[in-house]
Ligand binder design. Structure first.
Ligand SMILES: [Zn+2]
Length: 442
């Protein structure tokens, strides 16, 4: 190597770090445009620079603590690194903040990886907990243990356990629930019917505590030392992501974490030996198939629509003209008998679609309950027949039909189906909204 090349190559680290003066930069650029050997040398350094930049971005407050360890570790590294290595050059040159940090991080990582190949460098679960605290909005799509698929938007003002705004909808349902400083309301997107209450539900148990969700699961596992951090390739993007696998005696759960933002991308329950325990609680999350951060929620999603029809009872939100029984051309009595008859038949046949259409109560059943009912029917423990026991009668705005539900097991139960009529889109509909014995669906 001639002396000019040697001089140029000695300046390259400074050039990459941006601390070489312009005159020397020009000379360096001119030389490498003509010298293949120096070009190759620069390329190898630039490759290392991009690695160093990545590592330096992961530097956090713990750096000072690691410094001492890292510097002492440096001496052990000389056998593993090449003469050309950029950190070696930097150590003999001007130390910029970036360079020093990068050197230390590289050194620490190298030491760690020589000692233990299973350690995923530059990630600790604390980083995810910290990152979650900074989140401003979150969109989630997933599954509750008990209530099935859902979508949710939340907005935060510093505390991801206490959202300022919540929008929650269940897949396949027109009804959504919105909590804001103004109150809480259920909105039917199909009818724009709204039931509004002034109470503030934002700190209630049913609100998903996004801030503690990750931490709580991790903490439970930390006691038994069963957190496993690994790398995984995202099949859709081909990118490397961090997988945090958490095992406890009852269940196995996994977070996939974005290596750049350290935020969870998804959450899944892989094994659950005691799902019934989780189903006893309201709205417990089983999976989050999609989590997105800091996006602007859809315009007006937390607001009462301008054309909202305010209704008195929560149940009035649940009804819509795509369901119920059209009562046009019938007397109230005839419609009551007809809806009781059709519901009774659907109950015997376990015709879920009809039951959910005519009887609002059944819309609250999650998929799991339907599975249980199917099993009951197969085992001869379901409804054998529904018999209408008397004439429909009116009390206030509600109508009732006495029915007897006869079980396959010989047990019979008399109930008074509660029926309400609605005018929607120029038609009259009726729905079974509950029973005299069990009250209105809510
Ligand atoms: Zn050269």
């Amino acid at each position: 190597m001639d002396s000019q090349c040697e001089k140029i190559q000695n300046q390259m680290a400074d050039y990459i770090l941006g601390i070489l003066n312009q005159e020397k930069v020009d000379a360096l650029k001119h030389h490498i445009s003509e010298c293949e050997q120096c070009r190759a040398h620069l390329q190898s350094l630039e490759k290392e620079k991009s690695l160093l930049t990545q590592f330096s971005q992961n530097i956090d407050a713990g750096m000072d603590v690691r410094c001492g360890r890292a510097i002492s570790a440096l001496s052990t590294l000389k056998d593993y690194t090449t003469e050309k290595s950029i950190w070696r050059i930097i150590m003999h040159k001007k130390i910029t903040k970036f360079a020093a940090a990068a050197v230390i991080i590289v050194a620490v990582l190298l030491v760690i990886s020589f000692l233990d190949n299973s350690v995923t460098p530059a990630y600790a679960v604390d980083q995810t907990a910290d990152a979650i605290r900074e989140v401003k909005t979150v969109y989630m799509a997933g599954e509750f243990y008990m209530q099935g698929q859902f979508e949710c938007w939340m907005k935060y003002d510093g505390d991801p356990d206490r959202p300022t705004h919540v929008w929650l909808g269940r897949a396949g349902h027109n009804l959504c629930k919105v909590c804001s400083p103004a109150g809480v309301f259920g909105l039917n997107k199909r009818t724009n019917r709204v039931h509004f209450a002034l109470r503030d539900e934002r700190s209630k148990d049913w609100i998903f505590k996004f801030g503690s969700f990750f931490n709580d699961i991790v903490k439970k596992a930390e006691k038994s030392d069963s957190i496993n951090i690994d790398n995984e390739i995202d099949s859709s993007t081909g990118k490397e992501i961090i997988a945090v696998l958490i095992k406890t005696s009852k269940r196995e759960q996994k977070f996939l974490v974005d290596p750049e933002t350290k935020l969870p991308l998804s959450f899944s329950t892989i094994r659950d030996d005691n799902p019934l325990e989780m189903m006893k609680m309201t709205l417990v999350v089983k999976n989050l198939t999609e989590i997105r951060y800091n996006e602007l929620p859809p315009e007006g999603i937390f607001d009462l629509p301008d054309d909202a029809v305010i209704v008195e009872e929560e149940v009035d939100c649940m009804v819509d003209p795509d369901s119920g029984l059209i009562a046009d051309g019938m007397t109230r009595q005839e419609a009551c008998l007809e809806i009781a008859k059709q519901t009774g038949r659907a109950l015997v046949d376990l015709d879920i679609e009809t039951l959910c259409k005519l009887d609002l109560f059944f819309r609250l059943y999650p998929p799991l309950i339907w599975e249980q009912i199917k099993t009951m029917k197969e085992n001869g423990q379901w409804v054998k027949e529904v018999v209408i026991k008397g004439e429909p009668y009116q009390e206030g705005e509600l109508w009732y039909v006495p029915i007897e539900i006869q079980g396959q097991n010989g047990k019979n139960e008399v109930q008074n189906a509660m029926i309400k009529f609605y005018e929607m889109e120029g038609k009259t509909f009726c729905f079974i909204i509950g029973s005299k014995e069990k009250g209105v669906v809510d």
